[in-house]
Design a binder for this molecule. Structure first.
Ligand code: ADP
Ligand code: LRH
Length: 480
């Protein structure tokens, strides 16, 4: 049958890439057209995304991708650009690791108590949820001059097409969507002084999102019309869509800058117990809910590697594999690790504070990070099953962390479950599959996942070692 080509723009917090997916009725091949670093910039007023640099990377990538049947865009969640009445971007988008949201949650909870906010929006507490960012910016002159707010993928889509929309999966990370109705939560917005009129109309994954503008086509050397298709524009929504699972008895961990660990459910879990366990209910494809916990993820290692002057990752991981297991662990779910800078010292300090041996060498610190991530994966997978009453037999690991065999094996050991690792570029594949579906090339989510199982290389890790060691390590943190 016919093979179609789709460009997937996937912007992660550490790198952006433009991938090309070639999809036929029984084939799926993904190749990288262009990859570029995503390096935020600290200016006097705070930490900002280099959005123009990213847009340049997208254009370069689309040029390298060549003629495609459609383009889809996904990125990290929660952040946005503000647009004025003339259609121009007002300032550089603020980075979710910026300090402006410190202390804001308490202000919000004084108006809408935290339990009520959770019951209405299903989102875990994270200081960077768009809602808190908007409350933090309430009296800023940029917000006063803004006519429109576009989430990052929607902003890039607007620059490429001239059309504005708000894609649903990413909108669900604003904390302004009700996960039961999958519509705006106007009551929460009005009580907190957020003008929902700032948002462009909601779009569903698979909806058309315009065509590349003539000047864009000219700049990247393509012939129009090239449609842009809304995908699961939250990178984690796209990554979960590309979890190569069958049936329902599975957990997933999307590992990259973050580890997002949890379940795919048919309905949100909004219990008080779930809130206290800090599980979120983000919206996925086809009416699904992504019930998961944010874990600091490989950010911890990225920041250490930056501090150490960028040593070769492969060698560092080989050395870490030789360090004895579980000597010291930190709470990889702790928001204390959110801000950039001084990461090796912060990890050492956390070990000292909980009365454990203090890791010193890069190999020891790396080992501590990987053990701690595996431990946090275990806890999230266990808690999610209990809170959602949804047992699993297998854990799927997708994203950049699948290239870290030690992390995958430790995750299997800690969870006491087999881990199936791959695909590495899950978000881009989920992005491509939604485009292919919109054009009738693949069936439902289950059909798309079958295609992944048939076409993508996957690695299986069986659990090894004594699970009691992980229980003991967990107990150290609970005491510390
Ligand atoms: P994001 O989308 O959040 O930017 P990725 O999914 O691209 O993140 O994952 C990036 C992470 O993948 C890196 O921080 C690194 O830890 C891991 N990684 C990338 N390449 C390798 C490699 N060759 N070996 C081991 N780990 C790797
Ligand atoms: C991962 C991710 C995650 C969000 C965070 C802000 O890239 O989208 O799902 O919580 O970035």
């Amino acid at each position: 049958g016919a093979v179609k080509s789709y460009a997937a723009v996937d912007l992660g917090a550490s790198s952006g890439r433009v991938m090309v997916g070639r999809v036929g009725t029984d084939s799926l091949r993904l190749t990288e057209a262009h990859r570029f670093p995503n390096r935020p910039v600290r200016v006097p007023e705070g930490l900002r995304w280099d959005i123009l640099g990213l847009y340049r990377g997208v254009l370069d990538g689309l040029r390298a991708a060549g003629q495609v049947d459609s383009v889809g865009i996904d990125s990290w969640a929660v952040d946005y650009g503000l647009i004025d009445a003339d259609g121009s971007l007002l300032g550089n988008p603020v980075h979710y690791r910026d300090a402006r949201t410190e202390g804001i949650a308490e202000k919000v909870w004084a108006t809408v108590p935290a339990p009520e906010l959770y019951a209405s929006t299903g989102l875990q507490y994270a200081p960077f949820n768009t809602l808190y960012q908007l409350v933090a910016a309430r009296s800023s002159s940029q917000l006063a001059h803004a006519g429109r707010l576009l989430l990052i993928p929607d902003l890039l889509s607007y620059w490429l097409t001239g059309e504005q929309g708000t894609e649903l999966t990413n909108a669900s990370t604003t904390q302004l969507i009700d996960p039961r109705t999958r519509e705006w939560s106007s009551d929460i917005a009005s009580r907190l002084g957020v003008d929902l009129g700032l948002f462009a109309p909601l779009r569903q994954p698979g909806d058309p999102a315009g065509v590349l503008r003539p000047d864009v086509l000219e700049e990247i050397g393509l012939t129009g019309p090239v449609p842009v298709t809304a995908v699961g524009s939250h990178d984690t929504a796209s990554a979960v869509a590309a979890v190569p699972a069958a049936g329902e008895r599975f957990a997933y961990i999307c590992t990259g800058t973050w580890s997002l660990a949890g379940l795919e459910l048919a309905a949100p879990v909004l219990s008080e117990e779930s809130r206290l366990a800090n599980f979120t209910n983000e919206l996925g494809l086809d009416g699904t809910v992504r019930y998961l916990r944010n874990i600091m993820g490989l950010w911890l290692l990225q920041e250490c590697v930056r501090d150490w002057g960028e040593p070769e990752l492969g060698e560092l991981l080989l050395d870490a594999a030789k360090v004895p297991a579980l000597r010291s662990v930190v709470d990889a779910g702790d928001a204390a690790f959110l801000a950039p800078g001084r990461m090796p010292e912060r990890i050492a300090e956390a070990c000292r504070a909980s009365g454990q041996p203090v890791p010193a060498s890069p190999a020891e610190i790396t080992r501590c990070i990987l053990d701690s991530l595996a431990l946090a994966h275990r806890r999230a997978v266990q808690d999610a099953q209990r809170l959602a009453d949804h047992p699993v037999d297998v854990v799927y690991v997708v994203g950049g962390g699948t290239r870290n065999a030690l992390l995958c094996q430790l995750t299997a050991d800690a969870c006491g479950l087999p881990v199936v690792a791959g695909p590495t570029e899950a978000a881009a594949l989920g992005n491509v599959l939604v485009q292919a579906r919109a054009h009738g090339l693949v069936g439902d989510l289950a059909g798309a996942r079958e295609l992944l199982v048939r076409t993508q290389p996957l690695t299986r890790y069986e659990p090894q070692g004594d699970p009691a060691r992980w229980r003991e390590a967990q107990a150290r943190l609970a005491v510390g």
